[in-house]
Design a protein around this ligand. Structure first.
Ligand code: 5GP
Length: 345
């Protein structure tokens, strides 16, 4: 299997950077998902094995269904510990930027990272990174940042130091970023890596259950309500959108993670190509969080760039609108119509 992703020279540089650094920080993006959290936790554990004491900082909350992962109790949130984190960035020697290509995805935490004089290493699978770094491991073909972190660790130390505590979060990130290996997961290397992770004793079925079968009764009812009452299907376009209002979120006792992956649900309709989720931000007025998913070669990143101030991957993108939910619905309808020729085909 071809595991190597960086040159021998870069590996040597990385070894030196790690061994010379006293204060190492690992950073994930805003609204961190399974891949960002998995990459941070897996790499942090590896660095601890190397005698380091890394810190893990994220801008804000991560979903409840990741809280079982070992090490999450050590993650520090910027929205809760701003002063402490700002000071840590000032004193840092080395920062690992994990699972994002643009510091803007840190929102309020961006300035603190930008101003830090620490050396930066980017490990990410989004297109076109624009972060100043001494080493950039950017592979948009990778299924996840966790895949890249695995390959980096493998190049640094082989399987010798690959413990279950590293393997579990890395597998979790690979699994969540591919919807349980149902999309963006056809490269044979992925399964060779999973084979290696299994050799250190991960329980992949339990990881699946911990993440995907972890809903509260409220969440299950909320998801059913949204699919039955709020889904607008455009059959001729093989596309749909659904809306989530603050009022409904309150009614169904919404907590972060309850609607994770729901945007994939309409793609289960036979022949469906494109699904949009429009959710009111429960913390900011007039803000709509947008998620887009597609199949085959329909580019939801292009739709997001053109209509939703965002971007992402071909089949999984996100964005944000500053308008009412009703106005967002109009934009979603216009987007579907504009890309109608591709969708109808
Ligand atoms: P989600 O729907 O899970 O929020 O986002 C899906 C994917 O779209 C994420 O993995 C991320 O790569 C990308 N994404 C989400 N929001 C944005 C955004 O505002 N800008 C860009 N460029 N990509 C985004």
């Amino acid at each position: 299997m071809q595991i190597d992703i960086i040159t021998e020279k870069e590996i040597a540089e990385l070894r030196t950077l790690i061994s010379d650094a006293n204060k190492i920080i690992l950073v994930g993006h805003k609204s961190p998902d399974g891949d960002a959290i998995g990459a941070c936790l897996g790499l942090a554990e590896y660095l601890r094995q190397q005698g380091k004491s890394p810190s893990v900082f994220v801008p804000d909350a991560y979903p409840d269904f990741l809280k079982w992962l070992p090490g999450t109790e050590k993650i520090v949130r910027y929205d809760k510990h701003k002063v402490e984190i700002d000071a840590a960035f000032k004193n840092a020697d080395l920062i690992f930027i994990l699972d994002f290509n643009d510091a803007a995805r840190l929102e309020d935490m961006q300035a603190s990272v930008d101003m830090s004089s620490a050396k930066k290493v980017v490990v990410d699978h989004h297109l076109n990174p624009v972060i100043n770094s001494v080493i950039t491991i950017s592979r948009s073909e990778a299924c996840s940042t966790c895949e890249l972190v695995f390959r980096m660790i493998y190049q640094l130390s082989g399987m010798e130091n690959m413990t279950r505590k590293i393997a579990v979060p890395l597998y979790c990130g690979m699994m969540t970023d591919t919807g349980g290996f149902t999309y963006n997961s056809a490269r044979p290397e992925i399964y060779s890596i999973i084979g290696l992770l299994l050799t250190v004793g991960i329980d992949k079925d339990k990881i699946y259950r911990n993440v995907f079968n972890n809903y509260s009764p409220w969440a299950i009812k909320f998801r059913g309500y949204l699919m039955s009452q709020k889904l607008n299907i455009f059959e001729q376009y093989h596309a749909s959108y659904f809306t989530v209002s603050k009022e409904d979120m309150k009614k169904y006792h919404f907590i972060k993670g309850d609607l994770e992956g729901l945007v994939n649900e309409p793609l289960r309709i036979k022949g469906h190509k494109f699904s949009i989720s429009l959710r009111e931000d429960d913390r900011h007025d007039n803000t709509i969080l947008v998620s887009l998913r597609s199949v085959d070669d329909f580019p939801c990143n292009k739709v997001s760039e053109e209509f939703f101030n965002g971007g992402g991957h071909l089949n999984a993108s996100g964005g944000k609108l500053h308008c009412s939910l009703a106005e967002a619905e109009t934009i979603a309808r216009n987007a579907i119509i504009k890309f109608g020729d591709m969708l109808k085909a």
